[in-house]
Design a protein around this ligand. Structure first.
Ligand code: AMP
Length: 442
């Protein structure tokens, strides 16, 4: 199928051609005709599926098919796109500009953490399409610096994450200020009961579009686990950058503090790295992303929330320096690579205290992730204290059980039959430090 057959107008096809896209992704093929027909949709699509163009292209076409007759000096907001994070808001607005560059449509985006005044000025000048995070949009509504009474199309993007972030009350307040007659598009990676209730209230006889199975991880991403002492992860990461010839990678940490610490350590090791997380100012986050995209920084160290929605073309590597404690976040993390048809690799450095997280992830994705061992890696000795808590447990009990019902497991020996690469010193496998019965981390 080609974009021409979807019924998009010439200006949009030209912009798509400039972006280098030749074939619509499945979500685009399904959603574009439905949205063009003016119908509501409920779409199960994760980031990386091309969903942004899936709603932006038909939205631009619909707004331009029936141009608002208001004088050009006053442009009421005609399409509102709500999204959970600042990064996502900025990226969606970038997409609106990219795809709408041959059309007269105007847009802006508003999000918190930055001065509100330039946003007020942009809104005062008038925009057709407004991309917003819920909190900052409510600030504007309270200050009466935005008028939503003429909204024709509403998009809720990453609705599940907006609810996870506690935005439901803000969203409902915003919805109450919109005209009742409008087109609604709801995109969500997962469908909890809360999402279903919201969809029932919001959508009018929607068409369902489902392109990625719930919690399915992309086939295009190769996944591997390296078992390591926590103390050795820093050296292992630097080793893998060389061994695996990794030019650039997005590295995940569980905490902001951990992300800052790793950035300092990598810099000490001569690897250029910048953090991206909620304690960084918007300017710092934008700069970090721009430097990473431009290739002037090798490693972007992120927390889960900050990374949500990051759109980096051709990102070949995601590295989980720490596993997430919520298994779904693993799927979101590795979804940063292998996007829109390109292949990618997701490597996880897993210490003994993270074995429980790994088990939960494997249960969720219904497969065992391949274990890899680094070649020629000689880590420094670890302290006995650390060895107690963070030793890798390649043969620990949970691995002998199926990751999901029905999985074939075979007879995995309870104790190692061959020397282990980690650590080169410290307690031996089979000693108390490696006791496979030690408690799970949670
Ligand atoms: P999204 O899921 O909207 O975050 O998009 C993921 C990535 O896919 C973005 O980098 C888009 O630029 C890219 N993309 C979107 N549509 C296509 C397409 N039809 N062909 C190739 N790449 C695309």
């Amino acid at each position: 199928m080609s974009f021409d057959s979807l019924g998009l107008r010439a200006e949009l096809l030209r912009a798509i051609g400039d972006a280098g896209y030749t074939i619509p992704t499945p979500v685009q093929a399904q959603a574009i005709p439905v949205i063009l027909a003016g119908r509501d949709i409920l779409a199960g699509a994760q980031t990386g599926t091309g969903k942004t163009a899936g709603f932006t292209l038909p939205l631009l076409q619909r707004l331009n098919a029936a141009p608002e007759r208001a004088p050009r000096t006053f442009r009421p907001v005609r399409a509102l796109i709500l999204t959970p994070t600042r990064e996502l808001a900025a990226q969606i607005e970038e997409s609106v500009k990219t795809y709408g560059k041959y059309l007269p449509t105007s847009s802006t985006c508003v999000f918190g953490g930055v001065n509100i005044n330039p946003q007020i000025q942009a809104l005062r000048r008038g925009v057709d399409i407004l991309v917003a995070t819920p909190g900052r949009l409510l600030d504007h509504l309270q200050q009466r610096t935005v008028d939503l009474s003429r909204v024709e199309i509403l998009v809720l993007d990453e609705a599940d994450r907006m609810l996870d972030m506690g935005f439901i009350r803000d969203i409902r307040r915003i919805l109450s200020l919109l005209p009742t007659r409008r087109q609604n598009l709801l995109f969500s990676a997962t469908f909890s009961n809360e999402i279903k209730v919201l969809a029932d209230d919001l959508l009018n006889n929607p068409t369902h579009v489902e392109v990625a199975r719930k919690n399915a991880e992309s086939d295009l991403v190769t996944q591997a686990v390296y078992l390591s002492h926590r103390e050795n992860k820093r050296d292992l990461l630097v080793h893998l950058l060389v061994e695996e010839k990794i030019d650039q990678a997005l590295v995940f940490m569980r905490t902001k503090h951990g992300a800052d610490k790793l950035v300092k350590q990598l810099q000490q090791d001569g690897v250029s790295a910048v953090p991206i997380h909620g304690n960084r100012s918007q300017a710092q986050r934008t700069r970090a992303l721009a430097d990473f995209k431009a290739g002037s920084v090798r490693i972007l160290v992120a927390t889960d929330l900050a990374a949500r929605g990051l759109d980096i073309d051709q990102l070949p590597h995601v590295i989980n320096y720490e596993l997430p404690n919520i298994p779904e976040d693993y799927v979101h993390r590795i979804g940063r690579t292998g996007r829109a048809g390109s292949t990618g690799e997701a490597l996880s450095l897993v210490s003994g205290d993270e074995q429980g997280y790994l088990n939960d992830i494997e249960k969720l994705i219904k497969k065992r992730i391949a274990r890899r061992e680094p070649t020629d890696f000689h880590p420094a000795p670890v302290s006995a204290q650390s060895a107690m808590s963070s030793a890798p447990r390649p043969y620990s009990r949970p691995d002998t059980r199926p990751a999901y019902p029905g999985q074939r497991t075979g007879n995995v020996p309870a104790r190692p039959q061959r020397p282990q690469p980690y650590p080169t010193s410290g307690p031996r496998q089979g000693s108390t430090a490696y006791d496979s019965s030690s408690r799970r981390p949670r």
